[in-house]
Design a protein around this ligand. Sequence first.
Ligand SMILES: NC(=O)c1ccc[n+]([C@@H]2O[C@H](COP(=O)([O-])OP(=O)(O)OC[C@H]3O[C@@H](n4cnc5c(N)ncnc54)[C@H](OP(=O)(O)O)[C@@H]3O)[C@@H](O)[C@H]2O)c1
Ligand SMILES: [Zn+2]
Length: 389
Amino acid sequence: MPAATDELFLRRAIRLAMNGRGMVEPNPMVACVLVRDGQVIGEGYHARFGGPHAEPSALADCRERGNSPAGATAYVTLEPCCHTNKKTPPCAPRLIEAGVARVVIGCLDPNPAVNGNGVAMLRAAGIEVTNGVCEGEAKQLIEPFLRSVEHDSYLTLKWAQSADGKVAGPGGKRTQISGPESSRLVHQLRARSDAIVIGIGTALIDDPMLTPRDVPLRRKPLRIVLDPQLRLPLTSKLVSTAKDWPTAVIHDECRTNSRHAEELRERGVAVHCSEHFGRRGQLEAFAALQLIREELGVRDLFMEPGPTLAGSFLAVANRVWVFRSLTSMNDSTAPAAATIPAQLVPSGTIRVGDDELTEYRRPMIDAATDRPYAVSASADLVLASSTPS
Ligand SMILES: NC(=O)c1ccc[n+]([C@@H]2O[C@H](COP(=O)([O-])OP(=O)(O)OC[C@H]3O[C@@H](n4cnc5c(N)ncnc54)[C@H](OP(=O)(O)O)[C@@H]3O)[C@@H](O)[C@H]2O)c1
Ligand SMILES: [Zn+2]
């Protein structure tokens, strides 16, 4: 099969896999497209956590359409699983039983129980396997999952800015910069994340709820405030709703036994400390991610930073979403957005209502060549661009 044909069907599988976004986590999004004589004869994707994997879905679709998978090529975005200690039976044996002739894979599954074993099982059964087709795109599709297997975090930053680069009104006053269609995307991303993170500056000025609203919600994301001096008011919306919505504050070590810490705990806020939060910079941002990962057990983070927090966390961000409105603030006292470093590369721009959304991603590195893959748009951006706003 010519390489261009393999890429075409693998890309079709990548796009199909995106339909599982928000429903399959912490599993990866995966899809499988079955092709014979250049025709798609069945396809399927992993649609929900605990539900069937992509390969059995594609095989079922193939049979429902009256086709036989025998002799077909299966295009799968991720190496078929072969381990049994999980919710669903393994997929590599299903492809073998179905008699497929060839399997084309986007990337290996780094999960130690798979990691090449799925490929080995297929080859041992006489199936031709090609791995690494559209590898960069296949990996970027599931970057949060890949990072989590490596015991690492995945951090998305998002903010809205006016046409002249301001993130708030005169003197930092709260101002709605982006339109309702952009807000809806933000609520979606909140709902798809393990945690929503803000700095105390924003908590004090905006007094946000930080809950995902008017979007499907599978679980309540944790709300985290980075608050070195433990200034979060007991009267804030975050604290007064903490018994209903999980809420955590991370602060500087010496305040653990303070009366304020005690009062926050009484209201249901989890109070964590790190000696690093009083200082600002990249190292502190690393330390914050580590604490959030290890003590709070959350990895896929959605941060809505003011310019101060952005200044520290851009150095460790994997992805940034910037909503740009068409209108200018025209006020020199309004705070300006942080500057996006050159290491974060634009991976797509779409129109959202009257706003423009640009996504930036930190390129993933191809371990075989030590070179960065070309960045591709995340599932969230692709889905946002194909949903009428
Ligand atoms: N347009 C948007 O999308 C958007 C989004 C969010 C906020 N805003 C606006 O931004 C303004 C607030 O921004 P801001 O810059 O003042 O506050 P911020 O970024 O929300 O919070 C900054 C504070 O976080 C704490 N912090 C903890 N760890 C930190 C670290 N590693 N690096 C830096 N700071 C750390 C510090 O508190 P301590 O000072 O106590 O040490 C710091 O002052 C408001 O006007 C708000 O409306 C706009
Ligand atoms: Zn599987």
